[in-house]
Design a protein around this ligand. Sequence first.
Ligand SMILES: NC(=O)c1ccc[n+]([C@@H]2O[C@H](COP(=O)([O-])OP(=O)(O)OC[C@H]3O[C@@H](n4cnc5c(N)ncnc54)[C@H](OP(=O)(O)O)[C@@H]3O)[C@@H](O)[C@H]2O)c1
Length: 247
Amino acid sequence: MEKAGIRAAVVTGASSGIGLEISRRLCELGYEVHGIGRDFSGTMADEGMRYFAEQGRFCPVVCDVLETDKLCALVRDIAAHSGVSVLVNNAGIGYYGLHEELGPKKISMMVRTNLEVPLILTQQLLRSLKKNAGFVINISSVTAKQSSPHGCAYGATKAGLAGFSRSLSDEVRRYGVKVVSVFPDMTKTGLYRNADFGVGEEEDSYLLPEDVADAVQSVLTARDGVVITEVALRPQIHRIQRKRRGD
Ligand SMILES: NC(=O)c1ccc[n+]([C@@H]2O[C@H](COP(=O)([O-])OP(=O)(O)OC[C@H]3O[C@@H](n4cnc5c(N)ncnc54)[C@H](OP(=O)(O)O)[C@@H]3O)[C@@H](O)[C@H]2O)c1
């Protein structure tokens, strides 16, 4: 049940990068944000997020999203106490390189984190989202829309997530639920920690997490009756930077 006047949101991967900025924006918009992640030590060093946490607006939920039973119990509890109006499926990991060199463990972790978890979480929260005519916002990637050599498996998980969004949108729109895919291009976050490349040096060669939060805000504030189903975000120029050994 929704608390009087306060809408609740669940954001996965809320401890850093894009999920952290989306969480901050949701708090600013007046949501009570239940942010899921494994390590909030860096997040809580952020004065703004500490303030929202002290106000009870940002609730860090420590959970590995791959622990399915624990995750499901946690979100069911959140839905029972707060009702959920917004689910942002954002937690994700990327391993890059030649597909033959990835290995089964990395492939499985990407498929589970980037695709299985959003499917399960959405299923767990749909009843609450229908009741509140809410939003499912899936953070996909431009790699879902194009060929991604050296990111074949990552791109496949993001294309799968976009396909899920499209079908779910048609399944639930009659119930007032809005399903949205966001397709960011290279964004300056820690996502490329496992890669031998990162974002370019020029400011117009990458997105900032705040840019993705802007897109989420415009989706959430569209006129009632309008659903923005897809948002693609690209930097002005395309540039990546090869890392030197030790970077
Ligand atoms: N950066 C880009 O260029 C880019 C472009 C397109 C799409 N995206 C997508 O944007 C999303 C956010 O990524 P980001 O760029 O912000 O990278 P990031 O800074 O590395 O953030 C990833 C987030 O996912 C969480 N996470 C990962 N595995 C988890 C697990 N097993 N359990 C709980 N939380 C987990 C991390 O939290 P903990 O470490 O605390 O667990 C972290 O908060 C991802 O889905 C990514 O694919 C990113």
